[in-house]
Design a protein around this ligand. Structure first.
Ligand code: ATP
Length: 256
């Protein structure tokens, strides 16, 4: 597999805070990478910086062989980079179909259109003409993912798709995501539920305080090693795990 995304020594700041400190990471074509880590570890900032929604302070983002570090977000979308942001950010007064069509206006050519999105997310079909603001959390999340698909992305960046959803809605959204992944989509997925993340991903990357604490193939790393990296509990013994010395300040819902 060739690298579709290559992140090299990336630094991203919020004011004086280095939220992403020195991250290097690759994502191969067709690969699914789960990005995990405690609250505040820098996952959302990393995804937003890759998508062009946040400026890189240092380092580079290379997509499909081209340096896109300074490219505006909409130009990255045109090249096939799509972000599903935390919090969905739909147009609440527009219908599901209108939300999808807005995203598809200047889309790359490819398999995704309103009908194929509704096929992929059957829960949206009866809601097609309903206002996005009137949908359940799961339906809104599906619309948000569908909106990203409408751009016919080559890489889908998903930020906490299960956040705030009822368990049954999470199952439904993941059912569709699993099909996408099986069909060969390239995905970076921020997910708090470690078991779920490891069940869909080829690789797991754990961030701790703005750094990559662990980067390993699922199957080559135990859940305990990932949890240790999550909490900064020493070396994980994984393929490319960096030494981690400081204990993380944030508790994990997964720890118990
Ligand atoms: P979460 O799971 O809580 O979203 P995360 O791993 O995605 O966490 P980020 O949201 O990237 O982490 O946050 C990394 C750091 O940057 C945190 O210390 C956070 O408080 C800070 N931060 C994030 N967004 C902003 C912002 N808009 N302004 C200032 N600081 C921010």
């Amino acid at each position: 597999m060739t690298d579709l995304l290559r992140i090299s020594h990336l630094v991203a700041r919020h004011g004086l805070l280095n939220a992403v400190r020195d991250v290097s990471l690759t994502v191969a074509d067709g690969e699914t990478v789960a990005l995990v880590g405690a609250n505040g570890a820098g996952k959302s900032t990393l995804l937003r910086t890759v998508a062009g929604a946040h400026a890189a302070a240092e380092g580079t983002v290379t997509f499909d062989g081209d340096d896109v570090t300074d490219l505006e977000a909409h130009r990255r979308v045109a090249r096939g980079l799509a972000l599903v942001p935390e919090g969905r950010k739909l147009f609440p007064d527009m219908t599901v179909e209108e939300n999808l069509l807005v995203a598809g206006r200047r889309a790359r050519s490819g398999p995704w259109n309103v009908d194929t999105v509704l096929d992929a997310f059957p829960l949206l079909r009866p809601m097609r003409h309903k206002r996005a603001g009137s949908l359940s959390g799961g339906q809104q999340q599906a619309t948000s993912i569908g909106r990203a698909l409408m751009t016919n992305p080559r890489l889908l960046l998903l930020d906490e798709v299960s956040l705030g959803l009822a368990p049954v809605a999470v199952d439904t959204v993941y059912e569709s995501l699993t099909t996408l992944i099986r069909d060969g989509a390239t995905v970076v997925l921020v997910e708090q539920d470690l078991s779920r993340a490891m069940s869909v991903a080829d690789r797991v990357v754990c961030m701790l305080e703005g750094l990559v604490a662990l980067d390993a193939r699922v199957g080559h790393v135990t859940r305990e090693q990932v949890t240790d990296a999550y909490f900064g509990l020493g070396r994980t013994g994984s393929e490319t795990a960096a030494p981690v010395d400081a204990p993380a300040a944030h508790p994990s819902p997964e720890r118990t």
